[in-house]
Design a protein around this ligand. Sequence first.
Ligand code: IVH
Length: 695
Amino acid sequence: MTKDEAKKRIAELSEVIDNHNYKYYVLAKPSISDYDFDMLMNELIALEKEFPEFALPTSPTQRVGGDITKEFPLVKHRYPMLSLANSYNRDEIIEFIQRIEKTIEEPVEFVCELKFDGVSISLTYENGVLVRAVTRGDGTQGDEVTANIKTIHSIPLKLRGDYPDFLEMRGEVIMPHDSFDKVNAERDDLGLPLFANPRNATAGTIKLQDSKEAARRRLDNFCYYMMMDNLPYTTHYQSLMAAKEWGFNISPYIKVCKNIDEIESFINHWDVQRKNLPFDIDGIVIKVNSFAQHEELGMTAKSPRWAIAYKFKAEQVSTKLLSIDFQVGRHGTITPVANLEPVQLAGTTVKRATLNNADFIRQLGLHYDDTVKVEKGGEIIPKIVGIDLEKRKTDSREVQFITKCPECGATLVQNEGEAAWYCPNSMGCPPQIKGRIEHFISRKAMNIESLGEGKVEVIFDNHLLNNYADLYDLTYDQLYGLEKTETFIDESSLFPETVTRKVSFKEKTVNNILNSLIKSREVPFARVLYALGIREVGETTAKVIANKMGNIDNIINASLEELQEINTVGETIAQSIRSFFDDERNIQIINRLKAFGLQFSQEKKVSSENQVLAGKTIVVSGVFANFSRDGIKQKIEDLGGKNSSSISSKTDFVVAGEKMGPEKLKKAQALGIKIIDEKEFIKMISVISTEHRTQ
Ligand code: IVH
């Protein structure tokens, strides 16, 4: 074969095989036998081996794997990968719909989809070619696992038809039951530990270093959400149908529903029929269909307000309640935990289950020695959902909730309107102190790695720590020689046994601890704020607050109202922040941390743009053509203005988009506040913005 002939044949075979792949894996309508397909593939593999210079970058031979990945680089997502709020019954779905109908006046259509039980993935296509596949990770950044993902036949390596220049596709990688059974049977033969469920097997496969092995395990994929700038579709359903044309595997089990009855019948159908699917699903996802409505509804810090997951009821077993522990969390919350007679459930042995709080135990009517029904959905901690009353002994006693803290003896308290009991002795109760310090040093907070693995406990037990500021007072002499007890299984002896030994803090350990404490002074303000462990202030919220407020004193001095003006900070978060800083002891700790040189300020994101809105308090309402809702608010901040969620006499003007809320309109008119439309706003700021839709 001449070079020219080889080049032509390689291109021809690549295209033919690609088409067969599409027909088989996406359309489920194969048009050749497996044998003939394998023949074409073998011919292509042989030709590419002989003429590697002609192998196309998107060649279907990549499905066979071969690339070895030593490390999976961390990649930042262009659009964050959010998760979904969960619901478990009809009432919660009705609440979800009612919440939407409060914001949106026109009729709302919903798209019901299967909730695939696998691992979510983000696929990036540039000029129609798959360039990157990244796992969800923490939602902001994930691992790049492209080599393994390319082995999945239902994921297009190159797109077909009239695709856009840039596209990000979100979907779920799953392991179908037949692949799972095969993988586990092989592992059993080899004496390897079995995967507990297809989801775990999928996660393990995606992170394999050897993509050939990943290819052998036959993963599959469904795509369920498309993202790009200036999306040319008006509905989610339309975008999925376009994606199907471009070669993505879109689930055929999708339905556009108009009301709760249609949604409910979709749920009920799949609750039964899921047993007949060749892969696991753990629920149904319900999404608002219209993109304009997505914009209007916006999102919380973690999930969009336009979608919800309905989770199916999980598998159940019965077992005996042996005893109850009362655990004290870092915020002082008492969590009752049941110790159970070990029982197999959804692939794992269950020994403990959470009992949530006193109300939960009372509502359950739990007695000591009861036989309880335990449920587990996926990786969630198992929970007790009922009692087998027939097995209850006649003389059994009702479980009593404790009134004193099991750790420090303080009398427990309950906050108004909350079910949980707390130990109020926050500064003197050991697990609370330890819990706060452990949170403070954790990876996403101050990242003081060398203090992990139980070392905080040892230092605390030696009475050297009362709070996290004490960490920075620790000296070499105090730490050197501290002893820690380690328990491990000694495999080296003929009869492996559990061994307990004492390990003391040596020079290297102590120096590592002290050095990493010094290094932690460089940790940026947002993470220091998160590290303080304020109730309700997670990583994302801390970042938003730090950006907006610039330094700790601005936060300490902010009123409840001022705090609530920050995007994503609602009443509960604002109250929690206030009560943290109203406690003089926390201020003292912060003053000590300041003296140690931790970062308590950051440059406010000052915009280079002209501050034309400086000093103006603005309310935005409705949907905009050139901005997303968060986008217009950001623009206002960038130009020096202040966003407010409600109209008052302090409001300078309202920017009204399409479908401005009628209540807001009434109030603005009553107070005589100026209302401008989007065009006027753009003229005012003298920029034609090309904001785009972000998730
Ligand atoms: S939509 C912003 N649709 O469920 C919307 N997710 O907790 C992004 N999932 O992380 C998700 N099937 O891994 C969507 N049909 C479906 C899904 C689905 C499974 C997973 C996904 C997501 C998690 C939500």
